[in-house]
Design a protein around this ligand. Structure first.
Ligand SMILES: O=C(O)C(=O)C[C@]1(C(=O)O)C=C[C@@H](O)C=C1
Length: 294
């Protein structure tokens, strides 16, 4: 755990998956629940808080577009750590509706959580409308405040406990290997190096190809890393939002940005005409699964 008297913003409310991940690295009394991902990033970007924690990528559903796009288009912040957490989704209702939970009229959750349970929802509740919420915990809170509506939330066991809901079906996510990566963001480039990281430093770079649309440009970018034997753990494209067919690339490299080979790689990318935005170098902290409730 990082000893700090800083304020840490996270995608809330209490008992969101982001909250659980944040608690693994920071003391609980510094944590500030925030309603949306852009607000968390803005708060760290304009200095209202020193650190923010936001979800980045889920093993089943892929990138959280809001996070990655906001980091590319809107904010100048650094990644100082990554938290990797196992994710288990459960269906929960208000205790008043325990007897009639199979007749629920609407199911609420974060879009990623709804997608992680797509098969379950399709086969079990195919005709029940799904409503998106800003987080799984926000969905649980919403359901807890409406005892007289027969509705359900998909969230974790901590949310069921925090908002006094009853879990009626456990582990409804479609695939067993369900993990989410969370980014710890700061205005300062100050990688968190404390007990418990996995020993592998990683750098995330965002690359825009040269404007001349030359053939083989992406191949050239990859060659920059390949001949230096810089190992990549992820490459993904996102729309530049300037027109169809125009993208930026997010690349995770298993090396420190201060390593000579990385400095050379970034210089060469710029010499090729690419725009390069490095989010910094960081370690990964893995958290344990929640203890299942009753
Ligand atoms: O809704 C939450 O509890 C979150 O912390 C967000 C989030 C996400 O954006 O992917 C985090 C982990 C799970 O994959 C589902 C939702």
């Amino acid at each position: 755990m990082v000893l700090t008297n800083l304020q840490i913003a996270y995608l809330g409310p209490e008992a969101s998956f982001t909250h659980l991940a944040t608690q693994a690295l920071f003391p609980t009394d510094c944590l500030l629940p925030i309603r949306t991902i852009p607000e968390c990033i803005e708060m760290v970007s304009n200095g209202q808080v020193e650190v923010a924690v936001v979800p980045l990528e889920n093993a089943l559903e892929g990138t959280v577009p809001l996070t990655i796009d906001y980091l590319f288009h809107e904010a100048e912040v650094n990644v100082i750590a990554e938290i990797l957490s196992p994710i288990a989704q459960h269906l929960m209702v208000h205790p008043n509706n325990m007897e009639k939970w199979e007749k629920i009229s609407t199911i609420y959750s974060h879009p990623h959580a709804l997608a992680q349970c797509h098969k379950y929802l399709y086969y079990r509740f195919g005709k029940v409308p799904l409503e998106q919420s800003s987080s799984t915990a926000a969905a649980a809170k919403y359901v807890s405040e409406r005892a007289d509506e027969c509705i359900a939330a998909i969230a974790n066991t901590s949310a069921a406990a925090e908002y006094d809901l009853k879990i009626v079906e456990h582990n409804i996510h479609d695939f067993h290997f369900n993990h989410t990566r969370f980014f710890v963001l700061s205005k300062k480039k100050k990688c968190i190096e404390t007990k418990g990281h996995n020993g592998q430093v990683k750098t995330t770079v965002m690359i825009t190809l040269p404007k001349d649309d030359r053939s083989g440009a992406l191949h050239q970018v990859l060659s920059v890393f390949a001949w230096r034997q810089l190992n990549l753990s992820k490459i993904e494209s996102r729309p530049l939002k300037t027109g169809l067919g125009q993208y930026f690339f997010i690349i995770d490299v298993l090396e420190d940005e201060k390593a000579p080979m990385m400095i050379g790689a970034i210089e060469e990318l710029k010499a090729l005409g690419c725009e390069v935005k490095s989010l910094g170098s960081y370690y990964t902290y893995e958290t344990k699964a929640e203890v299942p409730s009753e």
